[in-house]
Design a protein around this ligand. Sequence first.
Ligand code: ATP
Ligand code: MG
Length: 562
Amino acid sequence: MSEFEAIKPNFITQIIDKDLEANQHDGKIVTRFPPEPNGFLHVGHAKSICLNFGIAEFYAGAACNLRFDDTNPEKESQDFIDAIQRDVEWLGGKWAGPVRYASAYFDQIHAFALELIQKGKAYVCSLTAEEMTATRGTLKSPGTNSPYRERSVADNLDLFERMRQGEFAEGTHVLRAKIDMASPNINLRDPILYRIRHAHHHQTGEKWCIYPMYDFTHPISDALEGITHSLCTLEFEDHRPLYDWVLDNITIACHPRQIEFARLNLNFTVTSKRKLKQLVDQALVDGWDDPRMPTLAGMRRRGYTPRSIRNFCNAIGVTRSEGVVDVAMLEFAIREDLNERAPRAMGVLKPLRVVITNYPEGQVEQLLAPNHPQRPELGSREIPFSREVFIDVEDFREEANKHFKRLILGKEVRLRNGYVIRCDEVIKTADGAIDHLLCSYDPETLGKDPEGRKVKGVIHWVSAVHAIDAEVHLYDRLFNHESPDGNREEDFTAHLNPHSLCVIADAKLEASLASPQAELPYQFEREGYFFFDPVRSAGGKPVFNRTVTLRDTWAKVEGGQD
Ligand code: ATP
Ligand code: MG
């Protein structure tokens, strides 16, 4: 089944269309998604996944590779590799062939480095990091040549080999491309190609103690895989001349075209792995897959569906202009998907006991409730009704005006999918708090209004003896500032929303939720969408995570009460 077939045309698909018309690439388009396994994927990566895998699905015979860009062994791990694969798959990405690793090309990349040295286009530089920075120049002034720039080919080959053999300490030597220290593009001022790192690598073990830089690794990996269009975010635009320089100066047949697009920025969110890692490391969240995290793993646990994320990415489109997308658009996408697909259920978050005095003690009847009001094909379920039910505290007032369309002392309300009840008496505790309500029901009102009067309000409820106890986690935005990391001087964690998680320990849910289905969240009627959390539920009460509220409560213009 196609997951991404609905990809919206954009400037990149236009380039591909033209290439295909001109009969380039033998009609075979190949893209890649190249994550660095140094953290979990976040919603920004989803944009890149949808673009790359979307193109692969959209064009007949096209393919998309999954390649780990693993040139920083100290920051990477197998756990991240596993998590990334899981998340790409979950979002619907189907990569061509095996999972690939830049580290699998280290032999070839090393051979290309030797080729550059032999051609006099790369040299071993022995400046310290500080000296290198000092001689790089600035945006306005050119850099100065390294004193090691004119080392002989023989010396360079010898030193580079000894670097590889592990003879030198980290930071003592690097291999640099010999391009132009006066280039207006700083990336071309003799960039580093290789550095020494005495580190264990998760894929290559102890084989290497020199590692190629991203800018050297990436074009070669792309070319070795026969990538036709190498799509990346705009910050790599200035690196494109180097990407092209590498491929133009080594002996390699393929020269992929790098095309940049704007990264996804979301307000009220941070989408930087480094910052997300900080939240995890400082235990400010409950791990990479905390349901408040903008990671795909967190969103999955919260109840976001792959389809809603794909629809969101398609809706924002792919352009070259940087902007900030309103997180409300993401929330809209999940509401839209769940409104259509989520099964309905009833759950009372803040229970208030109601005794229906004219209902026979011990009697239980099964009422029929549709699983989806607009989709009869989704069937219905039985919900038990008995003498005692729970309604939500918020749905009762002793006194209220006509705008409060719920239960009021002396007035009537309909129990969803059930009877009309009237509140006859409020029973209070010694200190004046409401303990429970005494109500009476009208047996003639199942599925119809009582004779001669219309009951407008409808509230949800559960039968007290049948309800299951559950914990409900009400999640809200993780940050309460529109641009949490917008100010460099400030610590973005200062903008964490203290109310991003509210735990309700004693919710009462309808009995059918004792064995919840795992794929989709439920709509708890009138409350929002809630997703069963198998991790948290293990061994205790079931835990449901609120995916999203029914309406946008952050919107400036709030809807009225219902
Ligand atoms: P971060 O900035 O969060 O550390 P990154 O760019 O270092 O992300 P990579 O693992 O290198 O993360 O990214 C893999 C791919 O995803 C790259 O092609 C990158 O351009 C793309 N990508 C990363 N962040 C975004 C984003 N916010 N929007 C769109 N694409 C993104
Ligand atoms: Mg990166």
